[in-house]
Design a protein around this ligand. Structure first.
Ligand SMILES: [Zn+2]
Length: 403
């Protein structure tokens, strides 16, 4: 092996250690060598069992060998924790530094409880997971947090005037950081779902992907050339609060007829109450999946409303891919077919003729995987900033724990 090759090999391994898993394309850009040179180097490292292809990992995707698929060190150092706050559930996961989930758990809660109580509950769940996996907490690099509300891109905190009324003013990252003694980074849940799909899911290697999260809330993550687009201050993607009917139901944001107020799975379950009595969102989704008349109608109508908004978005963004995530996707084609029809009807034909609309590849795991990826990205950036290497320091506030 020539000297140049040895140097390249060392630099590639160093990069994987400092920045976490990388795709062949990313490595080729960072090391300023051709894709074919990187491909043969990675083939060598794979054969020697020094690195692993993360394409067919426990995240459930089967894409090994695709150019966007990342490779990581065989024995990466340390762990990341993810916390995803849904409206009625907290999901918590712990992963290795190649973002492979080792263990996860979820607990019920209500996002309308006081933020401090929610943070206690989340911290307790993380402690349970740490104890259960017997992982040395000193080896945990960072915690990523997803919330169903807009996160200020400058401060990394919930936007003032956030739609999470009982959480306004609460320092979620700081509060979790103090409780856990770890650095904490936070983002909007749909952005994190979009991030996960763009790294490990269906959006790998796409130019423009819209990730639409249809759950207890409605969210949108916009991925442009592999980067999540957050707008000038982090509000980009508040799809749930575009007004679709000014005489519609009052929304939690204080406006009327927001898309979320009409198609959140809670709103749909409530609407089904008229014909079926009290029905939980899970039950409503099950009935819709089985083709039960009332439930199918409600879900199909929701598909039309969402599809119309997606049609508008296609005119703005000209995406090649629209991914639908969240629990409402359990209704399958009952949701997807009317959604696609409405999207086409309410957009410029050229903007939607080639758009693929499909469920996200990571399903309901997308958001929690996104929290882990975000923790990794921000943590590796912060470490690079500290050690004075070329990578920029974290653009968002770096909230350190009591370490
Ligand atoms: Zn609203």
């Amino acid at each position: 092996m020539g000297q140049g090759q040895t140097r390249l090999r060392l630099r590639a391994l160093e990069l994987l250690k400092e920045k976490g898993p990388q795709s062949r394309a990313e490595l080729s850009r960072s090391l300023a060598v051709s894709r074919s040179t990187i491909s043969s180097l990675i083939a060598e490292l794979l054969a020697e069992d020094v690195v692993v292809d993360l394409g067919d990992d426990p995240l459930g995707t089967k894409q090994a060998g695709r150019p966007g698929v990342r490779v990581g060190l065989k024995a990466p150092q340390g762990y990341f924790v993810g916390i995803d706050f849904g409206r009625l559930r907290i999901n918590v996961a712990i992963a290795d530094a190649n973002y492979r989930i080792i263990d996860q758990l979820s607990c019920d809660f209500d996002i309308d409880i006081a933020a401090e109580t929610a943070l206690d509950l989340a911290a307790e769940s993380v402690e349970t997971l740490i104890a259960h996996t017997a992982i040395d907490r000193r080896a945990i690099h960072a915690v990523g947090v997803g919330v169903p509300g807009p996160v200020d891109a400058a401060t990394g905190m919930l936007h003032a005037g956030s739609i999470l009324a009982s959480w306004v003013g609460a320092d979620v990252p700081g509060g979790l950081s103090r409780r856990l003694g770890l650095p904490v980074y936070m983002d909007n849940d749909a952005n994190l779902g979009a991030l996960a799909e763009s790294v490990y899911g269906a959006a790998v290697g796409t130019k423009v992907t819209l990730y639409v999260l249809l759950s207890y809330g409605v969210g949108l993550g916009i991925v442009i050339n592999g980067q999540v687009f957050r707008g000038s201050s982090g509000i980009a993607g508040e799809l749930g609060h575009i007004v679709t009917d000014e005489h519609g139901p009052l929304c939690r944001c204080g406006s009327r007829g927001c898309l979320e107020a009409r198609v959140s799975i809670l709103a749909l379950a409530k609407a089904l109450g008229t014909s079926h009595g009290a029905v939980s969102p899970d039950e409503m989704l099950r009935l819709a999946g089985e083709g039960s008349t009332g439930a199918s109608r409600i879900v199909a109508d929701a598909g039309v409303m969402v599809g119309r908004s997606i049609g508008d978005l296609c005119n703005y963004f000209n995406p090649e891919l629209v991914l639908i995530g969240g629990e409402l996707m359990r209704a399958g084609e009952t949701l997807l077919n009317p959604l696609k029809d409405a999207m086409r009807r309410y957009s410029i034909a050229r903007a939607t003729e080639r758009v693929k609309v499909m469920p996200g590849a990571l399903g309901e795991q997308a958001e929690i995987i996104g929290t882990i990826l975000f923790a990794g990205e921000q943590s590796f950036k912060a470490m690079a900033g500290k050690s004075g290497t070329s990578a920029p320091a974290a653009a968002r506030t770096v909230l350190q724990g009591s370490d």
